[in-house]
Design a binder for this molecule. Structure first.
Ligand SMILES: Nc1nc2c(ncn2[C@@H]2O[C@H](COP(=O)(O)OP(=O)(O)OP(=O)(O)O)[C@@H](O)[C@H]2O)c(=O)[nH]1
Length: 483
C-alpha cells in the first residue's frame, strides 16, 4: 500500500485494476515463446520485438530474458492470437527505439503514444494505465504537480513520453535528462537533482530495490501513462491481430498480472495530522498567553487607576485633615488663633514663660454694636477682619494674637514687661487711627494690660488684664489701662 492520505496511491491502484478490467475480454489461443525456442516457430507467426531493458515492473531484460508486466501480456497475446514473440535484446530504451525505427524490431509491448512516435509506429488500444509521480527527498515539501516545481530541477529519463510532454506544456522547467529511471532516482537521492518524474510502479520498485529510503513520492506527475503496444508502421495487419488479441484478455487475466507485479509498500510520509494537532495546541497556548497578557494588562491598568484614585483620595484626606487642624486652631473670620488654641498653648503651658517676662493685652473694639447697627453685620465682619490685620501687623513675630470672642482680642507679648506692653497698646491705638477701615469707619479700641507676676497663674494675670480693660472702657474708651 502506498500512502495514508485521502487521495492515495492505493486508490489509484484500485482505479488501475478497474481500468484493466475494462479492457479485459474473452481469450483466444496464441502461443508465446522466448528467443531460446523461437527457431521451431513458423516464420509468419514470429514477431521480433524489443523492450525497455530497465523498467521494472513494466518490463526489463534480466539474464537475457524478458520479464515484467509486458512479458505477461505477450504471453496472453500468444495464447489468444497464436503469434510467437522473439526478443531482440537491447541495452537501453534509446536503442530499442532506434531498432524499431530501423525495422530490426517489429513491436515493442508497452509504451505511450506520442506525436514523435506516431511517425514510425502504429499503436494498439490502451491495455494498461498507470500514474506518473514526482519523487523528491523527504525533507522537501509535497508538490501538487508540475506547476509547483518552480525553480527546482526535474530529472526525466531520456526518450520518455514525459520529455515531450514537459517540453510542450512546461518549457520553463529546468529538466535534466537521465539514461534511465534508476539513474534519475539516484540523482535525487544524492541531491544532484531536486525532483524526479516517473511511472509510479517502476519508481516504487526502484526505491525498494535500491533502498533509497531518503526519497518520497512528492506528488502526481502529469497525466497518467496510457500504455499500448507499438507496432512498426509497415505491420498494419499485425496491429489488427494484436488489437484482436488484447480484446480477448479477461478481467481475471488483468487482475492476475496486477497481483503478480504490484508490490507497492508504504513510503513513510510526514504525518501532517500530528503536525496540525501540535500547531493547534501551540496556537491555543499562544492564544491563552495572549488572553492572559491582555487580561493582566487590563487588570494592571485598572489597578494603577485605582492606585491613582487612592492617592488622590489620600491627598484630599490629608488636605481635609490639615484644614480641620487649621480650623480647630483658627478663627474662621479673622484667621487669627482662636480661644481654644490660646488656652492650649498659653494657659496650659505657663511654665515656659516663668524664666522671662511676659505680658497680656486684652483688646476690645469700642462701640462695635453701633458699627453693626449702622452699617450691617457684614460690614461689621469686615471691620473685625481689618482690626485683626492691624493687630497682626503691629506685634512682633514671636507674639501670639488671638480672637478671644466677639469683638475682643488678646495678645501674648513674650519678653515684654508691663511698660513695653503699654507702649505696644499705644502703638496699636495709633495704627488703628491711621488705618483706612471699610466705609471710612473710625475704629478705636480699649486695652487692658497686665504683666505675669512671678508666682501668679496665667489665669489670674488674665483676670487682671480683663479688669484693666474694664477700667479703660470706663475711662472713656480708646485708651489703655495697666493692672
Ligand atoms: N459683625 C459682627 N458682630 C459681632 C461679632 N461678634 C460679636 N459681635 C457684636 O459685637 C457687639 C458687641 O456689643 P457690646 O458688647 O454691646 O459692646 P460695644 O457695642 O462694643 O460697646 P463697648 O464694648 O462697651 O464699647 C454686639 O452687637 C455683637 O453682636 C461678629 O463676629 N461679627
Amino acid at each position: 500500500m502506498f500512502n495514508r492520505k485521502g487521495l492515495t496511491l492505493l486508490g489509484t491502484l484500485q482505479i488501475f485494476v478497474l481500468i484493466c478490467i475494462a479492457y479485459g475480454l474473452a481469450p483466444t489461443a496464441f502461443a508465446y515463446a522466448q528467443a531460446a525456442n523461437s527457431a521451431n516457430l513458423k516464420e509468419d507467426h514470429v514477431v521480433r520485438y524489443c523492450v525497455d531493458p530497465d523498467w521494472l515492473p513494466y518490463e526489463a531484460i534480466i539474464d537475457g530474458r524478458h520479464t515484467g508486466i509486458s512479458s505477461d501480456y505477450l504471453s496472453l497475446l500468444t495464447k489468444y492470437t497464436g503469434l510467437s514473440f522473439v526478443l531482440v535484446p537491447t541495452s537501453s530504451w534509446r536503442q530499442t527505439l532506434a531498432l524499431l525505427q530501423q525495422g530490426e524490431c517489429e513491436l515493442t509491448p508497452m509504451l505511450n503514444q506520442t506525436p514523435k512516435r506516431d511517425r514510425y509506429l502504429l499503436f494498439s488500444d490502451v491495455f494498461f494505465k498507470s500514474p506518473n509521480v514526482l519523487v523528491s527527498l523527504k525533507t522537501e515539501p509535497f508538490l501538487q504537480g508540475f506547476e509547483h516545481i518552480g525553480q527546482r530541477s526535474l530529472a526525466i529519463p531520456r526518450d520518455y513520453r514525459l520529455v515531450e510532454y514537459i517540453q510542450q506544456y512546461y518549457p520553463g522547467i529546468d529538466t535534466v535528462l537521465t539514461q534511465s529511471e534508476r539513474e534519475g532516482l539516484q540523482k535525487v537521492a544524492k541531491g544532484e537533482v531536486d525532483v524526479f518524474v516517473g511511472s509510479m510502479f517502476s519508481v516504487n520498485a526502484y526505491i525498494q530495490q535500491q533502498g533509497l529510503t531518503s526519497l518520497k513520492i512528492a506528488g502526481w506527475g502529469g497525466p497518467e501513462d496510457e500504455l499500448r503496444i507499438g507496432v512498426i508502421d509497415s505491420k498494419q495487419a499485425l496491429l489488427t491481430q494484436i488489437n484482436a488479441g488484447l480484446a480477448q484478455i479477461t478481467h481475471a487475466d488483468h487482475i492476475a498480472i496486477y497481483k503478480k507485479w504490484h508490490n507497492i509498500t508504504v513510503i513513510e510520509d510526514i504525518d501532517y495530522s500530528v503536525i496540525y494537532q501540535v500547531l493547534a495546541a501551540l496556537g491555543g497556548f499562544i492564544l491563552f498567553l495572549l488572553y492572559r497578557t491582555v487580561s493582566m494588562a487590563k487588570y494592571n491598568h485598572h489597578l494603577s487607576a485605582k492606585n491613582k484614585q487612592m492617592q488622590k483620595l489620600q491627598h484630599e484626606l490629608e488636605q481635609k485633615n490639615s484644614d480641620l487642624d487649621f480650623f480647630a486652631q483658627h478663627d474662621p473670620l479673622t484667621k487669627l488663633y482662636n480661644r481654644h488654641y490660646f488656652n492650649q498653648t498659653f494657659l496650659n503651658d505657663e511654665r515656659s514663660y516663668r524664666n522671662d517676662c511676659v505680658s497680656l493685652i486684652i483688646i476690645d473694639i469700642d462701640y462695635f454694636k453701633a458699627i453693626n447697627d449702622m452699617y450691617g453685620h457684614a460690614i461689621g465682619d469686615k471691620v473685625l477682619v481689618q482690626v485683626a490685620q492691624v493687630l497682626q501687623a503691629s506685634v512682633r513675630d514671636g507674639d501670639v494674637v488671638a480672637r478671644w470672642g466677639g469683638e475682643e482680642f488678646v495678645i501674648v507679648c513674650k519678653h515684654l514687661d508691663l511698660q513695653g506692653a503699654a507702649d505696644l497698646s499705644q502703638r496699636i491705638a495709633k495704627d488703628l487711627t491711621q488705618f483706612s477701615f471699610q466705609n471710612n469707619i473710625k475704629v478705636t479700641c480699649s486695652f487692658g494690660v497686665a504683666e505675669l507676676g512671678e508666682s501668679e497663674t496665667i489665669q489670674t494675670c488674665f483676670e487682671r488684664a480683663d479688669s484693666a480693660l474694664f477700667k479703660a472702657k470706663q475711662s472713656g474708651r480708646n485708651t489703655y489701662c495697666c493692672a
